[in-house]
Design a protein around this ligand. Structure first.
Ligand code: HEC
Length: 107
């Protein structure tokens, strides 16, 4: 019984830790987002002409995971349209990605 309690505590701890992720600062994200708005729209509404999808309403964790993939080269390479995102994501560190995702969540 004791072992089960320890196991349950461990699982709860792991689950609660994962929610700490994406605790960005929306205020800081607002200024970092200014360069994104040129393609994605000031309110993340997307812009078909720029091939830039809507970001408003998207999950913060997905925004962050997409930015990481563009930065580490697992997304966008060899695709002339998507490659536009590589230099954008490369400019951002993890904290900025979280801040931007928090700002997008306010749209
Ligand atoms: C030069 C235009 C341009 C700029 C500036 C730009 N993006 Fe993008 N973004 C794109 C394009 C084009 C795509 C579509 C990529 C694809 O087809 O996979 C995209 C895709 C994305 C995606 C993936 C969306 C999804 O649903 O999978 C995210 C997230 C994103 N951009 C965030 C940003 C952020 C944050 C910034 C500012 C730091 C930014 N973008 C700046 C053009 C741009």
């Amino acid at each position: 019984m004791k072992a089960i309690n320890i196991l349950i505590s461990a699982v709860v701890l792991i689950l609660s830790n994962t929610t700490i992720f994406a605790a960005g600062d929306a205020g800081a994200g607002a200024s970092a987002y200014s360069m994104c708005g040129a393609c994605h729209g000031l309110k993340g509404e997307g812009n078909r002409v720029m091939n830039a999808p809507k970001l408003a309403g998207q999950d913060d964790w997905y925004i962050i995971s997409s930015l990481k993939k563009f930065k580490n080269g697992t997304r966008g390479k060899g695709d002339p349209v998507a490659a536009a995102m590589i230099p954008m994501a490369t400019m951002l560190d993890d904290k900025k990605m979280e801040d931007i995702a928090a700002y997008i969540a306010t749209f």
